[in-house]
Design a binder for this molecule. Structure first.
Ligand code: GDP
Ligand code: MG
Length: 172
């Protein structure tokens, strides 16, 4: 007997430095590691949620330093049920790279994959380079949900994974 009702594989992608590892750490361990302490050093983390009496096991994959385009290949995307495409709201460049990431997704991921766009570091609003409206329009155009998070302040991090799990149950 399995100890869960659903098992979903979630993969985080996006430029280096946008906060993927911190988001995973915040969600799975409740920690925000300062400075360079962010590397988890394992391929994936497991977290189990309970939603409406059902046990949802999430297998969360973080890209450990492989963020350069083309170095993350099909094997990484294969069997992902969901992708969290992350950029940093204080870094225009991380936003401008999103179309490249979306091309990778189209090329390698399953055509049923659920992709959510995340603008991280909203605790640094005064340094914001990408407006919420611009990001929402971009997400709409690609039919993605959009959420702004702070791994540091724990803003919307639970919601991100919860909403994703709910959507995956709905699609399953
Ligand atoms: P990754 O390369 O995408 O995995 O990014 P990391 O998780 O290693 O984070 C890169 C840097 O951004 C680190 O210095 C983190 O401390 C910082 N960082 C990550 N998330 C946040 C956040 O929500 N707010 C702030 N202020 N800094 C963050
Ligand atoms: Mg990382």
């Amino acid at each position: 007997m399995e100890d869960y009702d659903y098992l979903f594989k979630i993969v985080l992608i996006g430029n280096a430095g946008v906060g993927k590892t911190c988001l995973v750490r915040r969600f799975t361990q409740g920690l925000f590691p300062p400075g360079q302490g962010a590397t988890i050093g394992v391929d994936f983390m497991i977290k189990t949620l309970e939603i409406k009496g059902q046990k949802i096991k999430l297998q969360i994959w973080d890209t450990a330093g492989q963020e350069r385009f083309k170095s993350i290949t099909q094997s990484y995307y294969r069997s992902a049920n969901a992708l969290i495409l992350t950029y940093d709201i204080t870094c225009e460049d991380s936003f401008r790279c999103l179309p490249e990431w979306l091309r990778e997704i189209e090329r390698y991921a399953s055509n049923t994959v659920v992709t959510v766009l995340v603008g991280n570091k909203i605790d640094l609003l005064e340094k914001r380079e990408v407006s919420r409206q611009r990001a929402e329009e971009f997400a709409d155009a690609w039919r993605m949900c959009y959420l702004e998070t702070s791994a540091k302040e724990s803003d919307n991090v639970e919601k991100l994974f919860f909403d994703l799990a709910c959507e995956l149950i709905h699609e399953a």
